[in-house]
Ligand binder design. Structure first.
Ligand SMILES: [Zn+2]
Length: 158
């Protein structure tokens, strides 16, 4: 297909969601700071809402999620699966005493000794397992069951 001006411009944003609702986006908006409250015990509704949001998201959009720990982490995982980077997502955890009231904290699951611990890391970082002392690399694989990132020693990969 030959290059045409119509197809080389920035794609237009969808005006309506597949569920029929209007997606509100000012015509002159460059990017958005989106506040999403994640209710407890109703993740299906949250997921639908977030997927709608992902369909109109552009680079530079940021999402601030607020909610209880479990739903909050599942919501953040869903956004990451759909193209958001860690630094485009901020979390406010409403569960008292949760490690996720610290914005940079992630749960990490050591594949060697199954210790799950909380650390201020991003995917790709190295971290020492407090359970077995191995030097781990945090991988992108997020387990919803344990709400944690898998980490293992790269030397044992092969
Ligand atoms: Zn370990």
């Amino acid at each position: 297909m030959p290059v045409q001006m119509e197809t080389t411009t920035v794609p237009r944003f969808t005006e309506t969601s597949p569920t029929g609702g209007e997606i509100q986006r000012p015509a002159d908006a460059r990017y958005r700071d989106i506040e999403v409250e994640v209710p407890a015990g109703d993740f299906d509704t949250t997921a639908t809402r977030l997927l709608d949001l992902c369909r109109t998201a552009v680079v530079g959009d940021t999402v601030h999620l607020t909610g209880p720990e479990e739903e909050l982490l599942r919501a953040a995982a869903l956004l990451r699966e759909n193209g958001f980077d860690d630094d485009e997502i901020s979390l406010t955890c409403t569960t008292p005493g949760s490690p996720f009231s610290r914005p940079g904290a992630r749960r990490v699951n050591c594949c060697h000794c199954r210790t799950v611990f909380t650390s201020e890391v991003v995917v790709g970082d190295q971290v020492t397992c407090p359970g077995c002392g191995r030097g781990l690399v945090v991988y992108h694989h997020f387990s919803r069951r344990t709400a944690s990132y898998l980490a293992y020693m790269p030397e044992e990969e092969s």
